[in-house]
Design a protein. Sequence first.
Length: 535
Amino acid sequence: MGDVAGTQEKLLLENLWRNAGTEYGRRHGFGNIRSAAEYRERAPLTEYEDYAGAVERIGAGEEGVLTHDPVLLLEPTSGSSTATKLIPYTAALREEFGRAVSPWVADLFRDRRLLGGTAYWSASPVARHEERTPGGIPIGFEDDAGYLGRGRGALLRSVMAVPEEARRIQDIESFRYATLLFLLRSRSLALISVWNPTFLTLLVSRLPEWWPNLASDIARGIISTSLPSEIESRLAALNKPDPRRADEVRAAFGAEDPGSVHSRLWPRLRLVSCWTEAHAALHVPEVTRLFPQARIQGKGLLATECAVSFPLRGLTGSALAIRSHFFEFLPEDADGDPTLLAHELEPGVRYSVVVTTGGGLYRYRLHDVVEVSGHLGGCPLFRFLGREGFVSDHFGEKLDERHVRDALHALLPRHAPRAAFAMVAFEAGQAPDNGAYALFIEADGASDAALLDLGRDLEETLLENYHYRYCRDLGQLGALRVFRARHGLETYHAVCRERGQKAGDIKPVALHRLEGWSRRFAGDFLAPARTSGAG
């Protein structure tokens, strides 16, 4: 990796000098900054709210606000509980993303078994109709490979098993049908790359019901699902009759061992790339079960705003993208602005990421927490732990998402090892009942008694939080309740899509700040969880 400190400082200064003439650059004296130390003295740490006005002006057509480069588009992003943010994308930012993705892709294809095969590369359906700002700037990429830049995106599209047109299908079930049709057509599928592992598990969960129709469509060269006419015509032209492949699909589902169906369908599949850390880790075993022929590789940390790290084969952790953006790190629970630079990080210590990008975010607090798992040539390797400050607080209980996640990770294998979905959220009550937190869980094979025991043990763990226990003692919160959900994972995805998130970007969370989930999920509360008491 070479000189980490020198590489990072050179990258920073080139960015600052390029943007010295912007409104933001003049305000903070970018043209006179000669070191990373000076930059940290002159520019403040920032949050998205510090850019909201500037982004609005950029959307209205104003130039030179944050970057010298023109803004090509505004990419929407949202957490599970925050309003939509619009992130400016410039040519410089696209190139920065590419410098992070390129070494990962190059490392992938050192495995020659991936060469010559097709790939399913995170084609998620659009969440909204085409939009533009009042100044004419597009909102959102046309496709999921757009952030890679024109050249790299074209390379990936050339080996995609599923045509780009499929993502324009807005009905989620029709989108899944068309996606599965083209995946089944591909005998040589070698790579699956998605963000959320549940996006993939939900997709293939339709195969047991749909495969007869899918096989028939492959044989006849038709698509028997409702599609807009212009999309149907484009996809139909790519779906030539293939009776031989249809017979292979039927044989795969007709074999005696149903557990190996995906291995028979895609024998050349060698790699599934998806999130494997934080709460997504709960869903990785299911991906491993579904695709035993493939290796599972984590994504590293790639946010809408920036590329923090990328995976490499054989490493424990993902490598910091030191040639992409300028990074700073706040030690966990730090007071003030004592940021450290990439070459100053210590193994085993947790940090919150701060980034400066070519898209006009300067000393921007990403609020993602990482732990250093080692170093490679001086470059830190990271393990992603989750979001910083993701706290639910109605009466002062201050429940932290990471505390809830760690508790579920410890308890689910004991009480509900086959849980497909587990999430905690607040449920408001009617006066004089203030409400309580609830565990919403979909767990085939787990009895009601096992789930109540899980709720009891989870409540005991939450009571280790002083503020939660205090609210329970005061009667401000009732005891944790357990809700057995039917189609819990499917419903969670549907709600997130309704709120504007792209299907492929939906992140599983252990603690959600949105209320009213009991009205969304099909199912019932089992009973208030038994506890030994809050006091």
